[in-house]
Design a protein around this ligand. Structure first.
Ligand code: HEM
Length: 95
């Protein structure tokens, strides 16, 4: 059986985003607390989006494939189905 993936609601992330620096990107939840000082874009931008859905912020930068690989290290779970953005949901099942 596949390992259980932890599920979060948007409300939970909004309430507990700080000080742990958790946010949502493309329906996945990340905790970048241990990445703040290493982020090439600086820690400030990450702290600013704590508790939020940072998908658009992340896409606007045009992050590299390497950055997308690196993200996996900080992924702690995903949103419950009801809270998923359907655009990213469909993309995740077709690509
Ligand atoms: C787990 C999430 C993230 C990871 C692993 C990550 C990783 C990286 C990496 C490796 C770079 C260097 C450039 C590249 O390879 O594309 C970068 C640059 C940058 N990132 Fe992130 N990033 C994350 C989230 C974010 C978020 C949420 C924002 C905005 C709110 C952001 C804003 C930036 C900015 C402004 C730069 C600098 C771009 C430049 O200097 O041209 N990043 N990030």
């Amino acid at each position: 059986m596949a390992a259980e993936v932890k599920k979060f609601t948007r409300k939970e992330i909004a309430e507990t985003g700080k000080p742990a620096t958790r946010f949502i990107i493309h329906n996945y939840v990340y905790d970048v607390s241990k990445f703040l000082d290493e982020h090439p874009g600086g820690h400030e931008v990450l702290v600013d989006v704590a508790g939020k859905d940072a998908s658009e912020n992340f896409d606007d930068i045009g992050h590299s494939i390497d950055a997308k690989e690196l993200m996996k290290k900080y992924r702690i779970g995903e949103l419950v189905k009801e809270d998923k953005n359907s655009l990213y949901y469909y993309l995740s099942i077709i690509v």
